[in-house]
Design a protein around this ligand. Sequence first.
Ligand SMILES: Nc1ncnc2c1ncn2[C@@H]1O[C@H](COP(=O)(O)OP(=O)(O)OP(=O)(O)O)[C@@H](O)[C@H]1O
Ligand SMILES: [Mg+2]
Length: 255
Amino acid sequence: MIKIENLYVEINGNLILEDVSFEVKKGEIVAVVGPNGGGKTTLVKVILGFVQPTKGKVLIEGKNPKDYVKSGKVGYLPQKSSYDRDFPVSVFDVVMFGLINTSLPYKEKEKKVLEYLNYVGMQQYKDYSFGKLSGGQQQRVMIARAIISQPELLILDEPSTGIDVVAQENFYEFIKKINKEKGITVIMVTHDIGAIGSFVNKVVGLNRRLHYLGDFKEFLQKEALDKLYGSEVKLLIHSPECFTCQHFNIEVKKH
Ligand SMILES: Nc1ncnc2c1ncn2[C@@H]1O[C@H](COP(=O)(O)OP(=O)(O)OP(=O)(O)O)[C@@H](O)[C@H]1O
Ligand SMILES: [Mg+2]
C-alpha cells in the first residue's frame, strides 16, 4: 500500500531523515518507534504530504501522498499538544470536522457523528465542551474524528499519550477491532513498547536512519534496542514483570 524509497528530509540544514526505505502492506498495523527527536512525526508528515522529502520517493497506492490524502482515504490523529480548555467547541462539532471533505446531507452527517461517538463510547458527551474532557476522553473523540470518513489508512501519532493503563488497554483493543472489522491499515507512532507486542505486524525503529525493520519479537531479542535507544532500555524491557516478555516467552536476562 505504501512504498517509501531512500527518503531524505532536511530542515534548515539539519538532516532529520536519512535514507529511509520500507513498505506497508494493506491491512497491516505498523508501529513506528524510536527516541524523542528521532524523526517519527516528520516521517508521518511526509506520508501525509505535509512535509516534502528532500530526496527519495513516497507512493501510496501508486499516488503521491498529497493526491492520496485529497481522496479522503486517510484518517490522522496528530501528536497531542495541550488543548485549550476554554476553546468553545462541542464534542459533536470536533467529530463533525472529520467529515469536512464529504458531501453528505447534514442529516446523514449528524447520524454518522452519533454512530462514531457511540463507537468510541462517547455518545453521552456529545454536547460537552471538548476542552473540558479528560485527556483520554479527548483522545477517544479525536479517534472518532480520524475514522469517521472510513479511511483506508489510519495514522496515529502517539495515540495513548495521557491515557491511563486501563483506558490504554481498551484503546489498543479498539485499534485491533477497527483494523479487523474495517480492514483499516494502521501506522502508529508510539513509545509504548511494553504494550503493543501482541498486535503489531511490523516495527519501524527510527533514529534519523532506519535502525530496525521487522517483527516485534525480533525487535526485542536482537541488538536493535541497543542500537536505537542505548542499552538502558534492554534492562527495563527485560525485567521479570515484563508482560511482553512473558507473552512471547522471551527469557528474562538477569543484570
Ligand atoms: N519544522 C521544523 N523545523 C525545524 N526542525 C524541525 C521541524 N520539524 C522537526 N524538526 C526537528 O526534526 C527532529 C525530529 O523531530 P520529530 O518531531 O520528527 O521527532 P519525533 O521522533 O516525532 O520525536 P518525539 O518522540 O519527541 O515526538 C527534531 O530534532 C526536530 O527538532
Ligand atoms: Mg513526534
